[in-house]
Design a protein around this ligand. Structure first.
Ligand SMILES: [Zn+2]
Ligand SMILES: [Zn+2]
Length: 312
């Protein structure tokens, strides 16, 4: 167990679990994980032309980027790891965008993720695929647990221990409290836009389905793949004390988060795709924010740092 007092690592003598989820939260977790997933499966028989059109596709891509980058740039690189500083409007905007991915309120997400780094692939890690053994059956079980099984775990990560900095930030606490509202908005906004653009109730319904439910489901699985696939399969060009790996096929869909080996080797680095040709949309967006003057103190990788963490 770690003993450092750094809130980004989660230190001190406070227990790592603060309590158990209440029934309402449990039910909400089931509904918001299973309903979008069921929608994704139900989508297969849907055909282009009557239940899916360009408006749905464009809205789905737009909301995928909006909520996805909210998680990767906001929840992950800014709030969890402090890889840059954001001005107040940017900070609040990113927290709202991240909330629209329906993965959990920002403080919960950050606490879970800091616990993941503090105990990565060891006892205490909320979603390691390696806690059950290395036989094929154990790995299948590990994959399921790391991908989405852990979400049905009722243990609540101790926010006092892992995210005291965010709990002291009034803006983040306010966004955290309004999570239910943003969950509603992320579903209602595509429907309203789809309805207005096509000027039909049917357009509202198909946009709700594709740009609301299906988009959330796909983004869920992309994010979870970082926890499952990117701790099992791929290259490890850098030294990390866990099994984090770079998995190139997910680079674009995950906004650069699948360069996960570098991320665990150097968690505060603002760019995860540091090698030639490694696309990292999140890092590009942080770069734009920096040029606009909204982001400062960006921790960009340096040659010396990369040489130091390179795998021997
Ligand atoms: Zn990881
Ligand atoms: Zn991380």
């Amino acid at each position: 167990m770690t003993t450092t007092a750094d809130p980004k690592v989660g230190g001190g003598s406070k227990p790592i679990i603060e309590g158990r989820r209440n029934l309402a939260t449990r039910i909400a977790v089931y509904i918001f994980i299973l309903v979008p997933f069921a929608a994704l499966i139900a989508a297969v028989p849907f055909a282009w032309g009557w239940g899916l059109g360009w408006v749905d596709v464009i809205l789905a891509v737009f909301f995928f980027y909006l909520s996805g980058l909210g998680v990767t740039v906001g929840y992950h690189r800014l709030f969890t790891h402090g890889s840059f500083k954001a001005n107040r409007p940017l900070k609040i905007t990113l927290a709202v965008m991240g909330s629209m991915a329906v993965q959990s309120p920002p403080i919960t997400w950050v606490a879970d993720h800091r616990r993941h780094h503090a105990f990565s692939d060891r006892e205490g890690d909320p979603h390691s695929p390696w806690l059950f053994g290395t036989s094929p059956m154990a790995l299948a079980r590990g994959f399921w647990h790391a991908h989405m099984g852990w979400i049905f775990d009722h243990d609540v990560t101790n926010k006092e221990r892992f995210a005291p900095d965010l709990m002291a930030d009034k803006d983040i606490v306010a966004v955290n409290r309004l999570f239910v509202v943003f969950t509603g908005l992320t579903l209602v906004m595509p429907a309203v836009l789809g309805g207005l653009i096509t000027w039909s109730w049917w357009g509202a319904l198909t946009a709700f389905f594709w740009a609301g439910l299906v988009r959330i489901a796909i983004l869920h699985h992309v994010t979870w793949s970082t926890n499952s696939i990117c701790h099992m399969i791929g290259d490890r060009p850098f030294t990390s004390r866990d099994k984090a790996s770079n998995f190139w096929p997910l680079a674009i869909l995950s906004f650069g988060e699948s360069w996960h080996n570098l991320h665990h080797a150097d968690p505060t680095c603002a760019r995860h795709g540091v090698q030639r040709g490694q696309i990292d949309t999140s890092a590009r967006l942080i770069w734009i924010f920096e040029k606009l003057g909204w982001a400062t103190d960006v921790r960009w990788p340096t040659e010396a740092r990369l040489a130091k963490i390179a795998a021997k």
